[in-house]
Design a protein around this ligand. Structure first.
Ligand SMILES: NC(=O)c1ccc[n+]([C@@H]2O[C@H](COP(=O)([O-])OP(=O)(O)OC[C@H]3O[C@@H](n4cnc5c(N)ncnc54)[C@H](O)[C@@H]3O)[C@@H](O)[C@H]2O)c1
Ligand SMILES: Nc1ncnc2c1ncn2[C@@H]1O[C@H](COP(=O)(O)O)[C@@H](O)[C@H]1O
Ligand SMILES: O=P(O)(O)OP(=O)(O)O
Length: 263
């Protein structure tokens, strides 16, 4: 990939969009992962106002430390960047108490609370975005957003612009190397950090991003019959998750009203 061209293209795209939308810049949640590391740096390079927010919820200390290290890196390098931490532990625990949890070991309960973390972060970003005249900048990549739907609907998926959604995860890592991000971010193992047990994306999905990308690039042109061995296993994972994620990939279904009933 011609990384420098892609970097310049995204930075200009972000700058143009903000100018046309008549806003001051962007607000981004920074987790200590590579996606938000890259996106926040690209936003910072626009020279526009950028607010980077760390939002711990039952956070593992290594993730929180990486996020804080990245915020310091950006603030030192870019005078247009401001950073803040918003501790969401209390509101999260309050919701936990408020919702009528019948069985916290029930898988649907665990999933709903994992997604609640992402949704609390979304509403926080919209709050700080609105009071500062900033748009919420998304961090989803092409595999998460258009491949396997590995994001929370109206959580981290609830954003105003999505600058890296046409980049595969390995391409995001390429950009991270070219942007000279802190080593800890360049080497961060992808994880959604939404669960009480520590699980990487690879452990949760059952395949690596390079494996998924290979299938995603061929999806629609090759079928199950074209694969064997590990590729076949990954094809099955990708295809199952892609099918289940169609409600996130396609526009929300609207119930059409027959025209003749309008009189
Ligand atoms: N970037 C990341 O790494 C990241 C971030 C957040 C979440 N995740 C992962 O993403 C997954 C999110 O879970 P999810 O996808 O079950 O939750 P979700 O909330 O994103 O989507 C499920 C919800 O979508 C709606 N829905 C389901 N089927 C539908 C249909 N056919 N039509 C319309 N709406 C429909 C329902 O409201 C359902 O509760 C989890 O595995 C989580 O760990 C990954
Ligand atoms: N702890 C966090 N602080 C701020 N922003 C966060 C945090 N965890 C996640 N985010 C944001 O959500 C997306 C997706 O996160 P995953 O870790 O991939 O689930 C991330 O890029 C941040 O913008
Ligand atoms: O979205 P991030 O920044 O948390 O990256 P990753 O998904 O690789 O952890």
């Amino acid at each position: 990939m011609q990384s420098q061209k892609v970097i310049d293209h995204i930075v200009n795209w972000l700058k143009d969009y903000a100018e046309k939308a008549n806003v001051k810049g962007y607000v981004i949640g920074v987790s200590g992962g590579v996606d938000s590391g890259v996106v926040s740096t690209l936003c910072a390079m626009t020279g526009l106002k950028v607010l980077v927010v760390e939002m711990p919820i039952r956070q593992k200390s290594d993730q929180a430390n990486r996020a804080l290290e990245h915020i310091d890196f950006l603030k030192n390098k870019f005078p247009n960047v401001e950073g803040m931490s918003v501790d969401l532990n209390e509101p999260f625990e309050a919701l936990y108490k408020t919702f009528d949890v019948k069985d916290e070991e029930f898988p649907a309960e665990k999933l709903a609370f994992a997604n609640t973390r992402a949704r609390l972060r979304m509403l926080t970003l919209y709050y700080y975005g609105q009071i500062n005249g900033l748009l919420v900048c998304g961090t989803g990549n092409k595999v998460e957003d258009f491949g396997i739907g590995f994001y929370t609907k109206y959580g981290d998926g609830g954003v105003d612009v999505s600058p890296i959604a046409d980049l595969y995860k390995t391409e995001v890592f390429d950009l991270a190397r070219n942007l000279d991000l802190p080593e800890s971010i360049k080497n961060a193992i992808p994880t959604d950090g939404l669960w009480d047990v520590d699980r990487t994306d690879e452990q949760q999905i059952g395949a690596t991003y390079p494996e998924l990308e290979k299938i995603q690039k061929e999806f629609g042109t090759k079928t199950e019959a074209d694969y064997s061995g590990r590729d076949l296993e990954v094809y099955k994972i990708f295809s199952r998750m892609n099918k289940a994620a169609q409600h996130k990939i396609q526009p929300i279904p609207v119930c059409d009203i027959p025209e003749e009933w309008r009189n």
